[in-house]
Design a protein around this ligand. Structure first.
Ligand code: PEP
Length: 249
């Protein structure tokens, strides 16, 4: 039985002071022993958030990482830096990073390998554009993204990755994939993992849905057999996140 994982992607929204206040507001609301809860926060918010979630069940996550160990990479943050700061999960391959920061599948693959080498729990995002959905190539595209991302990753490491299916057209738009659309792709992702690593790993790996998930639609989405959690943007910055974590209530 896969344990659900609900992660907030705070994006570039909170100053350290605001981040601390948000984590404090969420503290009494975000409780569900059946779910792994993660806050993925900007680098500069890691320490204030860590202070608030210390001693709680909430896990600390980052929104990005660089794939080199150290050196002349001005502005970048290494895996060792994140490890030392107490980060456990790291989002990679988010469509915003792919689009605005030109991150290629090759870069994402390097990041994935580096995160696994350093024993992080990566959250690997994939997902199609509206044009790709309309052209009927959603699953072909995602299969390709996954094959490229997982190149060189061993089966035992693959199971440590959480895959987030995030249709680009549903991110921050208020437009959610229907439950059937989300489940269909998440099932397709599990099939792809099976092709790559076999049935046992496919059954073990966790697959999230992300894209305008909120307190109204989370229950239905999370009831699907292949949706093991959510990656939440906008709604993770509000008390509503507590409702999503307690989606069964
Ligand atoms: C995201 O960017 O990961 C995301 C799912 O955003 P939102 O929930 O705001 O659509």
């Amino acid at each position: 039985m896969r344990r659900k994982i609900i992660a907030g992607n705070w994006k570039m929204n909170m100053t350290p002071t605001e981040a601390k206040a948000l984590a404090t507001t969420l503290a009494p609301l975000v409780k569900n022993p059946e779910v792994d809860v993660v806050y993925c926060v900007p680098f500069i918010d890691i320490f204030p958030v860590k202070e608030v979630i210390a001693g709680t069940a909430v896990h600390l996550g980052a929104e990005n990482v660089y794939f080199e160990e150290k050196g002349a990479f001005t502005g970048e943050t290494s895996p060792a830096m994140l490890k030392d700061a107490g980060v456990e999960y790291v989002i990679i391959g988010h469509s915003e990073r792919r689009e605005y920061f030109h991150e290629t599948d090759e870069i994402i693959n390097k990041k994935l390998l580096k995160l696994l080498e350093h024993q992080f729990k990566p959250i690997l995002c994939c997902g199609e554009s509206l044009a790709q959905r309309e052209a009927g190539v959603t699953m072909d595209f995602i299969r390709m993204q996954l094959k490229l991302a997982f190149q060189g990753v061993s089966a035992s490491d693959a199971a440590k990755v959480t895959i987030a299916y995030e249709p680009i057209w549903a991110i921050g738009t208020g437009k959610t994939a229907t439950v059937a659309q989300a489940e269909e792709v998440c099932r397709g992702i599990r099939e792809t993992v099976k092709e790559l690593y076999g049935e046992a790993i496919a059954e073990e790996i966790r697959i999230q849905y992300g894209g305008s998930m909120n307190e109204k639609n989370c229950k239905e989405l999370l009831a699907e057999p292949d949706i093991d959690g959510g990656l939440i943007g906008g709604a993770s910055l509000k008390p509503e996140f507590g409702h999503i974590v307690n989606y069964k209530a």
